[in-house]
Design a protein. Structure first.
Length: 202
């Protein structure tokens, strides 16, 4: 473990925790009631709490390679993604689900150039993004379009989950597609009406 991380632990213990102790106490006594399920990529440059200014207890975060959602009817094996979606939707009753993709996503790049030495776990997992692949040679522009197509694809899969479908129908749940462009410090939000991603300038 790097010294930097251990120094961070010290700072958390001596600075952050004492100044937020009441907040943590409340989250323990009252339990967690996050309003949002945030589905993001494992990429270390994606920083959900920093991006959104979320406080402890605000976001229920699910991260995986490529921010992908398996089909709702995939019953086999240990489906951690579906379990987290079901927990957030049925038990925590989140009101919003954000699928947040990002620029320079290695998972999307891998659709064009599979990484050498990729394990079968990785290759199988990336199949979930395959329909987003374009029949064009890879370029920066193709990369961005693929990342955004995949966000839409994952939202469509999410809408197939019976509990998500039901809560959408009730009007008690909203879905959101975000594309975070690291080098611009900008999040582009899917405008379903226009079918495009627009920079959030609020
Ligand atoms: Zn990624």
């Amino acid at each position: 473990m790097t010294q930097d991380l251990l120094r961070g632990l010290s700072r958390f213990r001596t600075d952050y925790f004492p100044s937020h102790e009441e907040q943590f106490r409340r989250l323990v006594d009252d339990g967690q009631h996050p309003g949002t399920l945030f589905i993001g990529c494992c990429d270390s440059r994606v920083i959900p709490d920093v991006l959104t200014g979320a406080e402890p207890g605000d976001l229920f975060v699910l991260r995986n390679i490529g921010n992908l959602v398996p089909p709702a009817d995939q019953e086999e094996g240990y489906n951690g993604v579906a379990a987290a979606i079901d927990y957030a939707v049925d038990i925590l009753k989140v009101r919003d689900i954000v699928i947040c993709g990002h620029s320079h996503c290695g998972a999307m790049r891998a659709l064009y150039e599979p990484p050498e030495g990729a394990s079968s776990h990785l290759v199988n997992w990336l199949e979930l993004a395959a329909p987003a692949r374009l029949e064009e040679p890879h370029s920066q522009e193709v990369q961005v379009r693929t990342e955004r197509r995949s966000i839409v694809l994952q939202l469509e899969r999410l809408m197939d989950y019976p509990n998500v479908k039901r809560r959408l129908k009730e009007g008690s749940l909203s879905l959101h597609g975000w594309h975070y462009v690291i080098e611009e410090g900008q999040v582009y939000i899917l405008d379903v009406e226009r079918g495009s991603f627009e920079p959030y300038e609020g």
